[in-house]
Design a protein around this ligand. Sequence first.
Ligand SMILES: NC(=O)c1ccc[n+]([C@@H]2O[C@H](COP(=O)([O-])OP(=O)(O)OC[C@H]3O[C@@H](n4cnc5c(N)ncnc54)[C@H](OP(=O)(O)O)[C@@H]3O)[C@@H](O)[C@H]2O)c1
Length: 394
Amino acid sequence: MKRIAVLGSTGSVGEQTLDVVAAHPERYEVVALAAGRRVEKLAEQVRRFRPSVVSVAEPAGLATLRELLGPAAPPTLLAGAAGLEAVATADCELVVAGLVGAVGLAPTLAAVRAGRHVALANKEVLVMAGALVRREVAAAGVTLLPVDSEHSAIFQALTGEDPAHVRKIILTASGGPFRTWSAERIARASVEEALAHPNWDMGPKISVDSATLMNKGLEVIEARWLFDVPPERVEVVVHPQSIVHSLVEFRDTSVMAQLGLPDMRVPIAVALAHPERLPLELPSLDLAAVGRLDFETPDTKRFPCLSLAFEALAADEAAPAVLNAANEVAVESFLAGGLPYPEIAATNAAVLEAWTARAGGGALRDLADVLEADAWARARVRERLGAATGGNPT
Ligand SMILES: NC(=O)c1ccc[n+]([C@@H]2O[C@H](COP(=O)([O-])OP(=O)(O)OC[C@H]3O[C@@H](n4cnc5c(N)ncnc54)[C@H](OP(=O)(O)O)[C@@H]3O)[C@@H](O)[C@H]2O)c1
């Protein structure tokens, strides 16, 4: 029986994790759940999985949760950062990091420091603090298991291989909903259009990131740290069918790929069961029915966010945290109806450029350095938004 804690249990990754767990009650016990604001959904999960530690984003949500659960409430109910930390360090073998954005960094680090293995979906953690997280993971002697489908593919392709034999890592990108759109049409994209991903049903932030290709840029940074490869050995190829989830080329030019129908329960199950494999009741990949697999070079003119990720990696250790924070605020504003779509990339580029123009700094010694870079970037975006909206940033 493996005991697990889920950070972000009400999200797309969190719910699919609980689906996999529910199909294998003899193997997994859920000991802790953390969610944000969807308290009713969380209450259902608590009734179903009976964790002993539960956390929500706000104290107000806590009162609602207590009311909803009544006498079924678990012994420990918490809110905010303390709640996330309690879930991340609950008594278990594996923490599923399924929060979205920078809020996941501190609890994921807490889980690692407490000696928990981590199944990482929350890519922003490695984007913000890759070098730091790698050091902490090594010091604690724990394993970081990728949940992102591309990184799970690479992880699987690397099994049994010598990392020194890797020539390059090739991340596939679906190209998102605007792959075939002209630059003029993309410039007028609405929130609904940006959220309509052709192959994956995901949370709103990653869906917008997939439309801008910022998601692929974040994944390049994630791969750099997860597999300890220099950025010049990471490539991106657009593959609209999302069947080949990523590839590794070795020094003899052999290329290993992992294929499957796009379903996040597969990489989630790989991470939950590692080093075993779980039986999943899902349809098999029928290559004849798929018919063809296409590949294209990404167009960084229409999708400049991809290049920004490589620029951030080349700049300094903190630049990816700056890019990530700028992107989080810009996407939040776009989703709230504030920022027009092209301004996401423009904002990210401007804030990254302002960071690299600063003299000195840029090394990440500890969490405080990461949070400082993150706060610096958020302040720059808010200034920019304030200037654009006459002092009323959305
Ligand atoms: N979805 C996918 O298929 C997929 C695939 C690959 C990688 N990923 C990565 O996995 C991560 C999660 O993505 P997702 O699509 O599952 O996102 P999502 O559906 O938006 O879920 C995010 C989760 O985080 C919780 N949360 C957000 N802010 C919080 C806060 N301040 N305090 C506590 N909880 C908070 C949310 O709670 P409430 O909903 O209750 O507010 C929700 O449970 C992202 O980093 C994404 O890039 C996702």
